[in-house]
Structure formats: structure tokens, C-alpha cells
Design a protein around this ligand. Structure first.
Ligand code: NAI
Ligand code: MG
Length: 326
């Protein structure tokens, strides 16, 4: 079976780390068809559209998409791309690796972030010179869809349950609905949950991240708390993510275009390659995904490493070492 993969490198180091991820995928004997498309600042400057219609269409029909990063136009690119795959959950593992300087080397957890609503649903208004408002959207259906995914996620991995981070003590209606909907689904699936207020979670994760395995959160909380976790594990060059929809998915490093180092060939390819590992697992190639993760892990430990990790290797040298370690 051929898997069509949309490859959208975007701007800056997206152009450097996305080909690295593709070359890792190419080293397996899997029938991939890679189709490349443009998005981001460069194509916007040329054509006026940061996300050309054919790129949107490609992501909406391909089996999976590998995205790099977009610059100033990021919001105009990534939000519609997530919509193209109808992505209702953003999966963000935050894990520290041996050999990488981390504030909390014992960190190993996964955020399952609601990806469609909350305060990011775009309902903002300017009501007067003095007053602007934002409507926070929470539905039972989106909360339950996320919770069902979370239940399957922990069951597949032999885990007992997950933590729900919310702020239902203040946002009683919206986060109250979120918390109750998630609890109802977990109950039906026989999955254990515990709850934590999202502000307290920020403190707990700094003091002892080992308390958490899988954390389910509303959109904004998931965005902020997973970036906090990125700080604990040694920075952005290492964090992959997956935007999962019912029929397709989009995989991207958490980092942006890194304009300070773009074009020099020294970007860390690990986050993009770990995103490719998530893509392999999504398509059912669990063994291959695990192999990629182990290869990245061994190279992080022994080198060669890129400059952000204290090494002197180029993107190509680190990528070649990872492919050799497969
Ligand atoms: P950034 O992630 O691009 O860079 C932050 C810092 O981390 C920089 O010092 C950069 O050199 C370093 N860094 C990031 N990834 C790295 C890697 N793979 N290897 C080595 N060092 C790495 O975030 P920043 O500076 O806030 O944003 C730069 C641009 O990226 C902006 O235009 C922003 O809009 C865009 N952006 C796009 C995203 C996306 O497309 N999903 C996400 C975040 C930012
Ligand atoms: Mg963010």
C-alpha cells in the first residue's frame, strides 16, 4: 500500500530539518510517495498567499503531512493546515534525553491538547475604544472526542489513566463542562483519571515532573504548559508533535523557523525526525517508529550533536549519524 505524504518545509530551518526527516523515512522499505508543497512567508511574498490552495488541498487529502515551520505567517499557515486534517488533538511528548542538558532530566510525559476550541476559536471582538472581549468555546462533543482519544492512548500503552489539567474552580461553566465530559468518557472506558488545577500543575511539573504520564488539557493550557515542559527537557530543538484527525494527521516540530541560525545548515534535526517517528507510528509502523526514536536517542547521547546541544555538527552530519544508527 502506498502512503502519500505531503511534505511542507515552509520557511527558515523548516527547509533544513524537513528534508532530514524525509531522508530518515526514505531509509525504510515502506512505500511512501512524497509530494512537496509550499507554505509560509516566502510563498506569500511571491504569490500573496501564505497557504496556497493546492497546499491546503494536498494536506486535506494526503495520508499524512510533514510540516516544518512558517515565519511571520505561521498563524495563517498552521491553523488552516490543522483544520485541513480536521485535527482535534495535538499530541506533544516532552521527554528529556541522556546526554542533553536538561533542567529536569527525569521528565517524560505527553500532553494531549484540545486542538479546535477554547480561547483559540477566534471569537474576539473590539466593542469600544476601551473594551475588547473574547468568547471561550467549549463543547461536549470536542471534549469527549479528545477524551476518547486519551482513553485509547493510555490503553494502547498499558497505562492506567491520565491527568486532566483545568481551571474549573474559576471557569465553572466552560472548564466545568470540559472536566465533566472528559470524566464521563473515562468512566465509560474504565480509565482512571486524576485532576489538577492548571496553575498548580505549572508548579508541580517544575518541582516533580515524574508525577505525570499523560496530561489532557484545554487548548491554551496545553499550549502554554507544553512549552513550559519544553524548557524542562532542554529546549525546542527536541520536541516533536502530532496533530491527529479522524482520517489523517499532520506532524511538525514544536519549534519555529529559527531566523537566527536559518541558512547555516546547523539546525538540530531531532524534533523533525522525532515527528517523523510519530508519523510512522500513526501509519501503523510501530517498530520502525521505535527504531527511529532509539537512533535519535543514541546519537543525542554519543554525538555528533548540533550547536544548540553544545556540539559542532551540521544538520547533515547529525542526520547521517541518526540514519547510520537505525
Ligand atoms: P523558534 O523556535 O524559531 O526559535 C527559538 C530559539 O530556539 C532560537 O534561538 C532558535 O535558534 C532556537 N531553535 C529552534 N529550533 C531549533 C533547532 N531545530 N535547532 C537549533 N536551534 C533551534 O521561535 P521564535 O524565535 O519565537 O520564532 C521564529 C519564527 O518562527 C517566528 O516568525 C514565528 O512566527 C515562527 N514560529 C513558527 C511556528 C510554526 O510554524 N509552527 C512555531 C513557532 C514559531
Ligand atoms: Mg506554542
Amino acid at each position: 500500500m502506498t502512503h502519500q505524504i505531503a511534505v511542507i518545509p515552509g520557511d527558515g530551518i523548516g527547509q533544513e530539518v524537513t528534508p532530514a526527516a524525509v531522508s530518515v523515512l526514505e531509509s525504510f522499505d515502506i512505500d511512501f510517495e512524497f509530494v512537496e508543497a509550499d507554505a509560509g512567508d516566502a510563498v506569500e511574498a511571491e504569490t500573496g498567499a501564505a497557504l496556497p490552495e493546492e497546499t491546503y488541498e494536498l494536506a486535506a487529502t494526503a495520508d499524512a503531512t510533514l510540516f516544518g515551520a512558517a515565519g511571520e505567517s505561521a498563524a495563517d499557515v498552521i491553523l488552516p493546515l490543522r483544520e485541513a486534517v480536521d485535527s482535534f488533538v495535538n499530541v506533544r511528548p516532552a521527554r528529556a534525553y541522556p546526554g542533553v542538558d536538561a533542567l529536569r532530566p527525569e521528565t517524560d510525559l505527553v500532553f494531549l491538547r484540545e486542538n479546535t476550541e477554547g480561547v483559540y476559536s477566534g471569537h474576539e471582538s473590539r466593542l469600544s475604544d476601551d473594551l475588547s472581549t473574547l468568547t471561550r468555546v467549549v463543547t461536549d462533543s470536542a471534549s469527549k472526542r479528545l477524551a476518547t482519544f486519551a482513553c485509547d492512548y493510555v490503553s494502547d500503552r498499558g497505562l492506567e489513566g491520565f491527568t486532566v489539567a483545568h481551571k474549573a474552580n474559576v471557569m465553572r461553566e466552560t472548564d466545568g463542562r470540559f472536566r465533566d465530559a472528559v470524566a464521563e468518557v473515562a468512566d465509560e472506558h474504565g480509565v482512571e483519571t486524576d485532576e489538577v488545577l492548571m496553575d498548580a500543575f505549572a508548579t508541580h511539573i517544575c518541582l516533580d515532573p515524574t508525577q505525570f504520564d499523560v496530561v489532557v488539557c484545554p487548548n491554551l493550557a496545553g499550549d502554554v504548559l507544553s512549552d513550559l515542559a519544553a524548557g524542562l527537557v532542554g529546549g525546542l530543538g527536541l520536541l516533536p508533535s502530532a496533530n491527529i484527525g479522524p482520517d489523517r494527521a499532520l506532524f511538525e516540530p514544536v519549534h519555529g523557523t529559527a531566523p537566527d541560525i536559518a541558512g547555516e545548515g546547523i539546525a538540530n534535526p531531532a524534533a523533525a525526525i522525532l515527528s517523523a517517528a510519530m508519523l510512522l507510528e500513526y501509519l501503523g509502523y510501530d517498530e520502525e517508529g521505535k527504531t527511529v526514536r532509539s537512533a535519535v536517542e543514541s546519537v543525542l547521547e554519543t554525538g555528533p550533536r548540533t550547536g544548540d546541544l553544545g556540539g559542532e555538527a551540521s544538520t547533515d552530519e547529525m542526520t547521517t549519524a541518526i540514519i547510520d544508527a537505525l
